[in-house]
Design a binder for this molecule. Structure first.
Ligand code: NAD
Length: 491
């Protein structure tokens, strides 16, 4: 039986799953707390074996009709889905600020418009994939992008709406039926997505939301052999587990994982500009996979750079993310706070120097001061492992070769930032071993461009054609250019 909606800051939101076009409740529930003040937001339906089974069956049943539509016929559904997100824009903003602690300003001006674009862009892009021809003297090839089937989408708590729609857009536009497993620490905007999909008239079973813990609900979904694709964004340990489960069934999975990205400041950099961007790495309290967290600064400019960045950090407004003026909000969970502080304490015990921050912030129990540590060595835990909090490190280098050695000296390879004279910075950036890197900038994202990591930061690329290559079965229909007659001497 469906439960009464929760009221989160005056916004009604269902705590239930959304399966086969309707809300489905659960006897088992888990408590959801607000990271800003630890208040109880409500009890959320926990996915059982039966919920997972019903969702897979519903998605399977919806697949023949949904996949039979052309991309042009599916496009209006996705456009309406985007419109329905727009109609609920403020509700999405308030909910994600309350459960994930994401800045309200960022939700309003960045995330919600981007979530809408994630659906409409991929609906449009799917039109370009229909039967791409390749003509040779031998044959006419019709290269088809066929939908793969039922796909499972699993997203983390630091950007649930953005990342869920980033995967749902291409998956649905390609003709797949989806089961979304939202993050258990921040599931509310994924629940509201179901309302938007329902209002947009998506046929029952095409889009389903099954909530619950990763180790139970998530694990059941990714272990099921009926699943055609698994698209996952999250941490490295979970990805290893999922890859093994997927491997047992030979199910392709896309893995977007953590980072330990370098922020390189070359000797010829615009120091003030680089420092202003540097302070941006504390956005979302540092809980951003693509943030540059390892500052590598040329030794001749280290002092003025540190002073300039400190100036920007001192001015950061730390507080309630529901206040438009706030620039740094809370950490998602007490467990994560302890983890972040633990990293700092161990680094200091190992000889690191605190340039600023390093303690819990008085605004609330789940707040940590923007922190910068210097005097760290390349093989230190704090340099090698993702903290996923407002904690950065600073190392200096003497020349480009040393900068690159440090930049490339971790097992991660997600992103990077490189400040310097443009041609110089571009040349250095091209030698940094990551999936992407920003030159004299940060955070410019284009949906047509590839996004993803190398090494421990992931497998696969999302964006543009790359998303469709993952979510589709690519098939070559070969029609001979000349009449074909079988012969054993044929090459
Ligand atoms: P996490 O791996 O703990 O959880 C991510 C999701 O996986 C959650 O929905 C969780 O319930 C689910 N999950 C956990 N165990 C599972 C299992 N056994 N089977 C199936 N699903 C399971 O990650 P997190 O702590 O929520 O997120 C933070 C991590 O995400 C960081 O490492 C961060 O860098 C990464 N991240 C990467 C990107 C990217 O695009 N590369 C973007 C955002 C976050």
């Amino acid at each position: 039986m469906a439960a009464t909606p929760l009221q989160v800051a005056g916004i009604p939101v269902s705590p239930d799953h959304y399966i086969d076009g309707r809300r489905v409740g659960s006897a088992q529930r888990f408590a959801l707390h607000c990271p800003i003040d630890q208040g109880l937001l409500g009890d959320i339906a926990e996915g059982s074996e039966e919920h997972v089974e019903t969702a897979i069956r519903a998605a399977q049943a919806a697949f023949p009709a949904w996949s039979a539509l052309t991309a042009a016929q599916r496009k209006p559904y996705l456009d309406r889905f985007a419109d329905e997100i727009g109609k609920r824009a403020e509700a999405f903003c308030v909910l994600e600020s309350n459960d994930a602690g994401v800045l309200l300003s960022r939700m309003r001006h960045g995330v919600v418009p981007r979530a809408m674009l994630n659906l409409s862009y991929f609906a449009e892009h799917a039109l370009t994939l229909q039967d791409r021809p390749i003509d040779t003297p031998q044959a006419h090839h019709i290269v088809r992008h066929d939908p793969a089937g039922v796909v499972v989408i699993i997203t983390p708590w630091n950007a649930p709406l953005m990342l869920s729609t980033w995967k749902l857009g291409p998956a649905l536009a390609a003709g797949n039926c989806c089961i979304l497993k939202p993050p258990e620490w921040a599931p509310l905007t994924c629940s509201l997505l179901a309302d938007a999909a329902h209002a947009a008239g998506l046929p029952p079973g095409v889009f389903n939301v099954v909530q619950g813990a990763g180790a139970t609900t998530g694990a059941r979904l990714v272990s099921d052999p009926r699943i055609a694709r698994i698209s996952f964004t999250g941490s490295v340990p979970t990805a290893k587990w999922i890859a093994q489960a997927a491997g047992a069934n030979l199910v392709p999975c896309s893995l977007e994982l953590g980072g330990k990205s370098p922020f390189i400041v070359l000797e010829d950099a615009d120091i003030d500009n680089a420092a202003a961007t540097g302070a941006l790495m504390y956005r979302n309290a540092g809980q951003v996979c693509l943030a540059g967290t390892r500052f590598l600064v040329h030794q001749n400019i280290a002092e003025p750079f540190i002073a300039a960045m400190r100036g920007y950090v001192d001015k950061l407004r730390i507080g309630d993310p529901r206040d438009e003026a706030t620039e740094v909000g809370p950490i998602i969970h007490m467990r994560q706070v302890d983890r972040v502080i633990g990293f700092v304490e161990r680094a200091l015990a190992g000889g690191a120097t605190l340039l600023w921050g390093g303690r819990k912030h008085p605004f609330g129990a789940q707040y940590v001061e923007p922190t910068m540590l210097s005097g760290v060595k390349q093989d230190d835990e704090i340099v090698q492992n993702e903290v996923f909090g407002p904690v950065l490190t600073l190392q200096t280098f003497a020349d480009d070769e040393q900068a690159l050695e440090l930049a490339n000296g971790t097992d991660y390879g997600l992103g990077g930032v490189c400040y310097g004279e443009t041609a110089h910075a571009t040349a250095v950036a091209q030698r940094v071993r990551t999936g992407f890197i920003w030159v004299n900038s940060f955070g410019i994202r284009d949906l047509a461009a590839p996004f993803g990591g190398i090494k421990r930061s992931g497998i696969g690329r999302e964006g543009g054609d790359w998303s469709f290559e993952f979510f589709c079965d690519i098939k070559d229909v070969v029609v001979p250019a000349k009449p074909f007659r079988a012969s054993f001497s044929q090459r």
